[in-house]
Design a protein around this ligand. Structure first.
Ligand SMILES: *Cc1c(COP(=O)(O)O)cnc(C)c1O
Length: 391
């Protein structure tokens, strides 16, 4: 309404008018399952769609809608839809696009459970899927068939942190009229907005940076109004993976500090990257460079992966030696978290595929938190010093 503001301002105020809610400064929590109708005819009009308004919280809830409106604004999309988890968002989008025998073209690495879901759809609906580097348009176009229902990518890829050029993917996809879906969990809309690059759908595990405090499991989908309405009507309503109003309320609160949190996550990660590179127990540090993404990413993010010199035993020893840093999956929290993808988040991926994805036993993923960076480093350094080196 009125003047257009910048991202940081929209994260605080975007799409919320306190005057519509008795002047409440912060968005109110409508913790209710259902809504009363003043007359039978009102119920009839709402169910038929003749009148707008709330019916039942699986179909829509004002607090959840406030979150959806803010997410659509921050991602630069027409409309958003909230889900009870990132995987409910991923599965709803995939179910929308695929049918029996469809093909899905994926980035070389995808979230472990997304991979598991595609495997299950393969058995259930005979869909096929490819994992691809996506480095050139020729490579992408060679793999597109008339059965390709969508291109599904993550960038940076979890946990190997390779960046995919969205412009290249979109150019090829447009030629063949294939929708592009991006799981934008690792960047958050603060660092990367795929819709601005021509992608069709953005997915978030809002569990991560959107919430930012490790206290919610949630997901969001952003895209064109028609597509979002379809998914709302036929998938979210009837399969029912909805977000609870309280979780939406926590996420609305989290979003207000997204820009400042992301700045600090990036700053801490950059300092740790330098230290890690110089440590003798570290063979390679994988951290994307925002400067080399032609503006696609405005910062490098808070996730660093690195390979230690050693095997699975040394990797586990490292995890067993940290004290301040917590051994846990998930990411984007205030606390620094460390995990071993090969035996944790990506254990479901068969070894051969996993190695192809670059997820070896040496690989460690660090989700850099908001603590003082030197405290994080001092803990990581003492743990790295305990990794006994084979060579
Ligand atoms: C965590 C995650 C998901 C799944 O989200 P949940 O909220 O755990 O269901 C999907 N994609 C990526 C990249 C993730 O990190």
């Amino acid at each position: 309404m009125g003047k257009k503001h910048r991202f940081e301002t929209n994260a605080v105020h975007g799409n919320y008018e306190s005057s519509q809610f008795l002047g409440s400064l912060t968005p109110p929590l409508f913790q209710t399952s259902t809504f009363t109708f003043d007359r039978a005819e009102t119920g009839e009009a709402r169910f038929s769609g003749a009148e707008e308004g709330m019916i039942y919280s699986r179909l829509g809830n004002p607090t959840v809608q406030l979150l959806e409106d803010k997410m659509a604004m921050l991602e630069g999309g027409e409309k958003a839809l909230a889900f009870g988890s990132g995987m409910a968002a991923v599965s709803s989008v995939l179910l929308h696009f695929v049918k029996q025998g469809s093909h899905v073209l994926c980035s070389k690495g995808i979230y472990g459970c997304t991979y598991g879901l595609l495997k299950w759809l393969q058995e259930k609906l005979d869909i096929t899927f490819d994992l691809l580097d996506m480095e050139s348009s020729e490579e992408i176009e060679k793999r597109l068939t008339e059965k390709t229902a969508c291109i599904f990518i993550e960038t940076p890829i979890n946990p190997t942190m390779e960046v995919i050029n969205l412009k290249t993917v979109v150019e090829s996809a447009k030629k063949y009229n294939v929708p592009v879906v991006v799981d934008n969990t690792f960047c958050s809309p603060y660092l990367q907005r795929p819709i601005e690059w021509g992608c069709d759908v953005v997915i978030h595990s809002a569990t991560k940076y959107i919430g930012g405090h490790g206290d919610v499991i949630a997901g969001v989908v952003v895209g064109k109004e028609d597509l979002i309405n379809e998914i709302a009507r036929h998938i979210r309503k009837d399969i029912g993976g909805v977000m609870s109003p309280f979780d939406a309320w926590l996420l609305l609160r989290g979003l207000k500090t997204l820009p400042v949190r992301m700045e600090r996550h990036c700053e801490n990660a950059m300092k740790l990257e330098e230290k890690l590179i110089a440590h003798h127990a570290v063979e390679e540090v994988i951290y994307p460079k925002a400067e080399s993404t032609n503006g696609q990413m405005s910062g490098s993010g808070g996730i660093i992966s690195f390979k230690i010199r050693g095997s699975k035993e040394e990797a586990q020893k490292l995890l067993n030696s940290v004290q301040l840093i917590k051994v846990a999956v998930s990411l984007g929290d205030t606390e620094t978290l460390i995990q071993h993808p090969a035996t944790m988040t990506h254990a479901i991926v068969p070894e051969e595929e996993r190695i192809k994805m670059g997820i070896t036993d040496q690989l460690i993923r660090l989700s850099v938190g908001l603590e003082a960076w030197d405290d994080i480093w001092e803990d990581l350094e003492q743990a790295l010093n305990q990794v006994s080196l084979k060579d």
